[in-house]
Design a protein around this ligand. Structure first.
Ligand code: CTP
Length: 410
């Protein structure tokens, strides 16, 4: 776990532990991070901005009305790879949980899409207050890492839970949150995830003008790629020929044949958290390719000898992999047994069984109906819907299959 080269946003709240935030800034910098500090007005009553400016070598921001023309809170939120709020006071936690944005720190918080750590620090009574506990639970449910508090001496001579974690523990919590990659509440549920989608119908050439193809339009795969981008994923789309424009925010890898698709997919799948194989891959290719157009006068084509293509998805399922594998099955009836068999035979986590024998589903239409089966025995029938809505249902199922992000602290 390393912070080397990362941009850390450090939000300092108005509590006595603010003095320890200076030590935290030093620790983060020592770990290789660039640290940008923002402070609430109350925090500046405990420690002066000059302390942090001296330590970080960067201007400290305290108000939304600084740098208005560059929309400061949005710019700072976008620059951050990970954010830590230390100390996170009762008031800050309440604002974060309630979505308030009435100063720089809280406005900035609502705009963050990176992983977020909060380090609560307050008196025991305030920590144990049901409102605070509910706020913390809410933040946790949204993927915020709650680091601490620890137990020990508090301001005014009291002892109990509420003490901010030590700076070195917080540096470790920030590094763990960054490594985990899951973003905060404003991020999509797939933020930090790498997704590979295949789409379109492969073409297996016979000669320079003829090929064996299929009726896939690519619409389902493109809708899946677009929805994954909307949910914050980094998306590679390996696409056989389609008539569709590339979805914004997606890296498209154009291929034509099944063998080209295999060559593009295998290395990308190694890096992916999820592989969704929506492409209609030709099961067979002509054994030989004639590099001159076959003329009918010269006897024509006669017969075409075929060789079986490798099953890309089955190959991924059989080799060591960490990705969740999603396959599609085009059937002319919703036969559950065959679907379940395919799920296990190809080593899949989820299979989407499509009807291809109806006018409103399957090839080259904008709607679809399907049966989704998961490795863990889940079953979901999706009645007639648009392909974009179907894509949302598939990603909902995938999100449920992805391991939840580990928690930091208590
Ligand atoms: N697939 C693949 N490589 C192939 C063929 C299919 O990766 N050479 C993937 C498709 O992208 C899709 C799923 O496998 O996700 C479709 O499988 P399908 O062709 O229906 O499976 P088969 O077992 O070949 O079909 P059938 O049971 O009808 O023979």
């Amino acid at each position: 776990m390393t912070l080397q080269g990362s941009h850390v946003l450090l939000g300092v709240g108005g509590g006595i532990a603010a003095y320890k935030a200076a030590e935290l800034a030093r620790g983060l910098i020592k770990a290789g991070a660039t640290v940008q500090v923002v402070m609430t007005a109350a925090a500046t009553a405990f420690v002066g901005p000059a302390t942090f400016e001296g330590l970080t070598g960067r201007p400290v921001h305290t108000g939304v009305f600084e740098d208005v023309h560059r929309v400061l809170h949005i710019r700072l939120a976008r620059e951050a790879d990970v954010a830590v709020f230390a100390p996170a006071t009762t008031n800050l936690l309440a604002k974060f949980a309630g979505g308030l944005a009435d100063d720089l720190v809280s406005s900035l918080y609502t705009a963050l899409t990176c992983p977020i750590v909060v380090a609560p620090a307050m008196h025991t009574e305030m920590w144990l207050h049901p409102a605070t506990q509910a706020n913390v639970a809410r933040l946790r449910g949204w993927g915020v890492h709650v680091a601490g508090p620890g137990e020990g001496p508090l301001a005014g001579g009291d002892v109990g839970p509420g003490r901010m974690l030590e700076p070195e523990d917080l540096v470790a919590a920030v590094a763990a949150a960054l490594a985990d990659g899951a973003g905060g509440p404003a991020a999509g549920a797939l933020a930090g995830r790498r997704v590979l989608v295949t789409a379109g119908g492969t073409r297996e050439p016979i000669d320079p003008v003829r090929f064996i193809g299929n009726r896939s339009s690519g619409k389902m795969g493109y809708a899946l790629a677009a929805e994954a981008v909307r949910r914050g994923a980094t998306v590679d789309l390996v696409s056989a020929p389609t008539a569709l424009p590339p979805p914004p925010g997606v890296e498209v890898h154009d291929v034509e044949t099944a063998m080209q698709m295999r060559a593009a997919v295998l290395p990308l799948a190694d890096k992916a958290d999820v592989v969704v194989a929506a492409a209609a891959v030709a099961d067979f290719r002509p054994t030989s390719y004639r590099d001159q157009k076959i003329k009918k006068e010269a006897g024509g084509l006669g017969s075409v000898e075929l060789t079986q293509n490798p099953d890309i998805l089955a190959e991924l399922g059989a080799s060591p992999h960490r990705a969740i594998l999603v396959g599609f099955a085009a059937e002319t009836d919703l036969e559950e047994e065959r679907g379940r068999d395919k799920l296990h035979r190809k080593g899949l986590d989820l299979v989407v069984i499509n009807r291809v024998d109806m006018a409103d589903a399957g090839f080259n239409v904008d709607t679809n109906r399907a049966l989704l089966l998961t490795r863990t025995g889940g079953r979901r029938e999706v009645p007639l819907t648009t392909k974009s809505e179907m894509a949302a249902v598939v990603w909902d199922e995938v999100e449920a299959l992805l391991a939840p992000a580990p928690e930091v602290g208590t």
